[in-house]
Design a protein around this ligand. Structure first.
Ligand code: CTP
Ligand code: MG
Length: 234
């Protein structure tokens, strides 16, 4: 069964600090979000793509992204919510409405802010989701990570076991749906879907990805992404 791709892109890009939201900033003359959608458009293992954007930006995105680039696999634009998790939940509701809720249907969730994912890795990710129900891309931490509270180190976990979560993160529909239903209301919103699925009691596999799959968060990331994109087109 082919996968459904949710692309949460409904954030405000606070850490980027630009007046234009970061998902619309141009890289090589093309909006960041258009680069990300293009990764999955017409991929042989992708059935449909749902970009999730701020409710007030739907008209703008339709005109400047969908009409302009004519993606073939985009099913429709979805309005996001106030936290990333709310945006994903809205995407999940939409794909249910459209009948993509078969229990073992692979649902991929990929940040709109990651335009550099290498889709050569998609087949391996989908294979693991098929076998295990839940798998995410991640890379081993390069830096030593500290837990810091009020400016002081409280823990220095051993780097050997630390990985940086990336996206895509993929789950069988029934697992993702259950995780969203079980979500404890006293928990704060999590910044990735794997945390929610793990909290619901499911084992989540990790597939080693690539450092190039950065999330564009600050102005420095934009410069790095531009350099990486240039290097792949040489
Ligand atoms: N996202 C979303 N809905 C939200 C918040 C975030 O769909 N309510 C999306 C972002 O658009 C982004 C992805 O989730 O593609 C990862 O989030 P992040 O990098 O944190 O983006 P922003 O929340 O926009 O940035 P910031 O946290 O700096 O404000
Ligand atoms: Mg954010």
């Amino acid at each position: 069964m082919k996968s459904i791709v949710l692309i949460p892109a409904a954030g405000s890009g606070r850490r980027m600090g630009t007046t234009t939201s970061k998902q619309y900033l141009e890289l090589q003359g093309k909006p960041l979000l258009a680069h990300t959608i293009a990764l999955f458009d017409q991929h042989p293992q992708v059935e449909a793509i749902y970009p999730i954007v701020p409710a007030d930006d739907r008209e703008y995105c339709q005109r400047e992204i969908l009409d302009r680039y004519q993606f073939k696999s985009v099913r429709r634009l979805i309005a996001g919510g106030s936290e990333r998790q709310d945006s994903v939940r809205n995407g999940l509701a939409a794909l249910i409405e459209d009948g993509y809720n078969q229990p073992r249907r692979p649902i991929l969730i990929h940040d709109g802010a990651r335009p550099l994912f290498n889709t050569d890795l998609l087949a391996a990710l989908l294979k693991s989701i098929d076998a295990n129900g839940a798998c995410i891309m991640a890379v081993p931490a390069k830096d030593t990570i500290k837990q810091v509270i009020q400016g002081q180190i409280v823990d220095s976990p051993s780097r050997d076991q630390l990985w940086q979560a990336q996206t895509p993160q993929g789950f069988h529909f029934e697992i993702l749906d259950k995780a969203f239903h079980l979500q404890a209301s006293d928990e704060g919103p999590s910044t990735d879907d794997a945390a929610l699925v793990a909290a619901a009691g499911y084992a989540v596999q990790v597939l080693a990805g690539e450092d190039r799959n950065i999330k564009i968060t600050t102005p420095a990331d934009l410069l790095i992404a531009a350099a990486l994109l240039d290097s792949y087109q040489e």
